[in-house]
Design a binder for this molecule. Structure first.
Ligand code: GLN
Length: 451
């Protein structure tokens, strides 16, 4: 714990942590020392973790990287972090993210961007670690914690994992409780781990997952021991390569690593087949209607009355207006405007309702492809880490980062990103395995075989 705290302090220029909680951490580590000594160690006893600052932590400031949640100290602990504490984990501090998890580069954070510990060969350009879980991916990649919690609404676990050569799991919707996680888009949000390898990610997920009566969308289903699922190999598995994921203009290195991955699985006895998911092209437009719509509803609660920032005005409507204008950053404001627009009378049927119908078709298409194959293999992200500022002036360019990841959120199905190799500039690229709902075990088995 002390070594990780020191590393985190020494690497403060990466901006991965928004706050370290050394007193808490050392206190928890002492308890762990005692339990290890007296033989009562729990599954994660003494393991130092970083916590994305979207998870409410009791008595410890939680801001979701937004000015509007300034000084907010939750009076309760999120279920996922409680589960980790129950299992003996030690929390080092809270990790940076895009504001309210809206972003793919960690540049929308009120605390400034996180810096990817990876650099292009022979260059000093500061690169993005991906987002929104950029603090989590960086902290794990740079050894500033043993593993981290993260959340994935459209790719925020898998894309940052890909850009930092770490492993990230987005579980089935409902596998982990959303209770106590600051809400972005409730029908898409899922918590999951970012870790250094497939085994660590499996161990983390076992602890994080589980039914929770506080979250009506969490599923009442026993949690398997995911670590046990790793062995067994892929012999006899059928793995699909969706042809629509071969995008024009994608770096050839991604295609090469993708083929290499398929070959590796084939050599271990899997059958590789090409499959078609024709609705793939609608996933991104549907996501960027549904996610902002839900966000505009969820973020209505930040009105200057109940939480965080309040900009005073004698007129209450002016108080709301000023608080929200000052408290929310530009990307969040953009989402709230899009979301409010697509939900408004006269536009609801044309945008939101239609997007929901297409979403259902996408989910059905995913379910039907999994009648034929056990897993899908795709790239995690259409590019390697990009320079800070390179994509932040063009929102659509930024949204394209999520092209391979959003389908799993719309369908509620699980996905994992794992390191695939390096590109010509020495930057990591990721491969993604997708599985049917509650197919985490076969997905982990595939990932372990590929690792
Ligand atoms: N990049 C996507 C967005 O900006 C996904 C974010 C996420 O998964 N939290 O909405």
């Amino acid at each position: 714990t002390k070594a990780y705290l020191q590393s985190a302090e020494d690497a403060s220029e990466l901006n991965a942590y928004v706050r370290l909680t050394p007193e808490h951490a050392v206190e928890q580590a002492k308890v762990s020392d005692r339990r290890i000594a007296d033989g009562s160690a729990r599954p994660l006893e003494g393991i130092p973790l970083g916590i994305k600052d979207l998870f409410c932590t009791k008595g410890i400031e939680t801001n979701a990287a937004s000015k509007i949640l300034k000084d907010f100290r939750p009076v309760y602990e999120s279920t996922v972090t409680s589960n980790l504490l129950r299992d003996g984990a030690v929390f080092l501090g809270k990790l940076n993210l895009d504001e309210f998890a809206m972003g793919s580069s960690n540049e929308t954070s009120a605390y400034g961007p996180v810096i990817n510990p990876w650099r292009r060969a022979g260059e000093d350009t500061k690169l993005s670690p991906g987002g929104s879980s950029g603090g989590s991916s960086t902290a794990v990649a740079a050894h500033l914690c043993a593993a981290a919690t993260a959340t994935d609404t459209g790719g925020s676990i898998r894309q940052p994992a890909a850009l930092t050569a770490t492993v990230g799991i987005k579980p089935t919707y409902g596998r982990c409780s959303r209770w106590g996680i600051v809400a972005f888009a409730s029908s898409l949000d899922q918590a999951g781990p970012i870790a250094r390898d497939v085994r660590d990610s499996a161990i983390m997920l076992t602890s994080m997952a589980g039914h929770d009566p506080e979250d009506s969308t969490s599923i009442e289903r026993p949690v398997p021991d995911y670590e046990k699922a790793l062995e067994g190999g892929v012999k006899g598995m059928k793995i699909g390569i969706p042809k629509e994921y071969r995008l024009d203009g994608m770096p050839s290195e991604i295609d090469e690593l993708w083929q290499k991955g398929a070959k590796l699985l084939e050599e271990q006895g899997a059958e590789i087949v090409e499959v078609s998911l024709p609705l793939t092209k609608y996933a991104l437009p549907v996501y960027y209607i549904v996610a902002p719509a839900e966000a505009s509803s969820n973020l209505a609660r930040y009105d200057g009355v109940k939480y965080g920032l309040r900009v005073h005005d004698d007129d209450i409507h002016e108080m709301y207006r000023k608080t929200r204008a000052e408290g929310f950053g530009r990307e969040v404001q953009r989402r709230l405007m899009i979301g409010t627009y697509v939900l408004s009378a006269g536009y609801y049927d044309a945008y939101y309702l239609r997007a929901q119908k297409v979403r259902k078709k996408i989910a059905n298409e995913m379910a039907s492809v999994f009648q034929d194959v056990d897993l899908l293999l795709t790239p995690s992200s259409p590019s390697a880490a990009f320079g800070l500022g390179e994509k932040s002036t063009d929102p659509v360019e930024m949204y394209l980062n999520d092209v391979f990841t959003v389908t799993a959120n719309l369908a509620g199905t699980p996905g994992i990103s794992l390191p695939a190799g390096l590109d010509g500039q020495g930057l990591p690229l990721g491969l993604q395995l997708l599985a049917p709902a509650f197919g985490e075990e076969q997905m982990l088995r595939g990932a372990y075989a590929l690792e």
